[in-house]
Design a protein around this ligand. Structure first.
Ligand code: 13P
Ligand code: SF4
Length: 343
């Protein structure tokens, strides 16, 4: 390092929720930008990151948009402010780049809901099926997958498969149910996994909120336990059909810019509210469940980002043989469907 480092960094401590001790001050922001320049690094942040992390990033978006940006990045280093499987996906797509995650302990309960051995056993039961895995999976699971998808293109991915072939869809049961509903596909088997944050946003809460905010739009992420309830509410006429939208996080940004509603109830992780409020400042966005905060996403803190850029840690490694097997399924994912949103 050629320039003088910021003395404030000495306050970084490792605590139970991740690295802490640093506030997102203008001095912090200046130091982060300086270090990113020095490493020729681009900073990517998922829509569920803390507002300060979203605001300092070069790109903020949903899983699909960020994967595409990672695949095309010109910088030597990608700093992925998100959870581990996202950084791993970036490494699979750009094996010659250095990929860093500010805290490698930022996992994902959904990605943990299926192991490579479990998938091998499932595939053995359906040897002719096409395997579609949500991007929220480990690199090893992706290596056993035919096509990956994100919430933003899952319907397009499944619709692209020969209707006579059976499909194994994993690991999210709520996203799987949504895709099955939209495509009308009967020959689709769905793994019973879930994300504990989204599954916790339940139908009763959504119904109560919809009742007390009758003019609001409902934006619902398909990983939510309440996605079915949202469609039920529309189906039974409790809320007008056109007010219920099942969307990826990037799709929510596009819908926010397009809606004429004055108020929107948002059923997803609460980090999403920051980008929505920036995209459409005139709309009142309210969380359906304001406790729906992902503890893994929130491990990317001002302290961990600073540590990452100072020390070049944590570096993400994917076994080259596993990456090689996984790459085709991820490349198919980024080639299919809508542009992915969030920017
Ligand atoms: P998207 O950004 O693809 O909607 O994914 C949401 C999510 O849960 C990521 O962990
Ligand atoms: Fe995983 Fe759920 Fe957190 Fe997304 S919100 S990273 S799916 S645990």
């Amino acid at each position: 390092m050629t320039t003088i480092e910021w003395a404030g960094a000495a306050a970084i401590v490792d605590g139970p929720g991740g690295y802490a001790g640093i506030d997102a001050t203008p001095e912090w922001a200046e130091e982060v930008r300086r270090l990113a320049r020095e490493r020729n690094a681009t900073l990517l942040a998922h829509n569920y990151q803390l507002p300060a992390i979203q605001d300092i990033a070069d790109h903020v978006g949903d899983s699909l948009a960020l994967s595409r940006i990672a695949a095309e990045a010109e910088e030597d280093t990608i700093v992925f402010c998100g959870v581990h499987f996202m950084a791993e996906t970036a490494k699979i797509l750009s094996p010659n780049k250095t990929v860093l995650i500010p805290d490698e302990r930022a996992g994902c309960s959904l990605a943990d809901s299926i192991t490579a051995d479990q998938l091998r056993e499932w595939k053995a039961e359906y040897p002719d099926a096409v395997v579609v895995s949500y991007v929220n999976t480990t690199a090893e699971v992706k290596g056993l997958t035919d096509i990956c998808c994100t919430s933003s293109n899952a319907v397009d991915v499944v619709a692209s498969i020969d209707p006579d072939r059976e499909v194994l869809f994993l690991p999210d049961q709520f996203l799987g149910a949504h895709v099955k509903r939209v495509t009308g596909r009967e020959n689709m088997h769905i793994w019973a996994g879930e994300c504990h944050v989204h599954a916790g946003i339940n139908g009763e809460e959504l119904a109560a909120q919809a009742k007390s905010h009758p003019d609001a739009d409902l934006f619902v992420h398909p990983e939510c336990g309440c996605a079915t309830s949202a469609l039920y509410l529309a189906g039974e006429g409790f809320v007008p059909d056109d007010k219920v939208k099942i969307l990826s996080t990037g799709g929510m940004i596009d819908a926010a810019r397009a809606t004429g509603a004055k108020q929107v109830l948002v059923a997803t992780e609460v980090g999403m509210l920051h980008q929505l409020r920036k995209a459409a400042p005139g709309i009142d966005f309210q969380a359906v469940n304001d406790r729906a905060s992902c503890p893994y996403m929130k491990m990317i803190t001002p302290a961990s980002l600073l540590r990452c850029l100072r020390e070049g840690k944590d570096e993400v490694h994917v076994d080259p043989a596993v990456a090689e097997r996984a790459r085709l399924s991820v490349q198919r994912m980024i080639a299919i469907g809508n542009p992915g949103g969030g920017e």
